[in-house]
Unconditional design. Sequence first.
Length: 153
Amino acid sequence: MTKTENRQSNTAISNSPEETFDIGFRFGESLKGGEVVLLKGELGAGKTLFTKGVAEALGFDSEEVTSPSFTLVNIYEGRLKIYHIDLYRLNAGATAGYAVDLDELLTDERAVIIIEWADRLDNFPLPSPVFCINIKGDGDEPRTLEIESETRP
């Protein structure tokens, strides 16, 4: 576990796909560039839907946002550039980050990096600020979105 200087968390409840989108939108409105957003949750939890909300808040047409399960990285241009990464098809470990050239993408300080299946990154080194969003629940049950931000040394 990486030591952190500062950690804050919030919890949001979503009762519908529209609410998950709206939570992503409100979250996206606060982004300035340089953030890394780690999305965790089971299949169908709403990771891509949350990303659609973020993209809409950053001036990109959310209808164009798709899960990059096969392409691994999608790039969206709005008020900020978004690198939307999906690690589902990669083996867990720090090599997953290198497989998508994450080290190179992190040099773009005007971009937001959103990573689905981020638990597969293992201990890949990430700069601050990092937001970890763990989405629990799927199907007919309400979803709980645990949003944790951390500033790393």
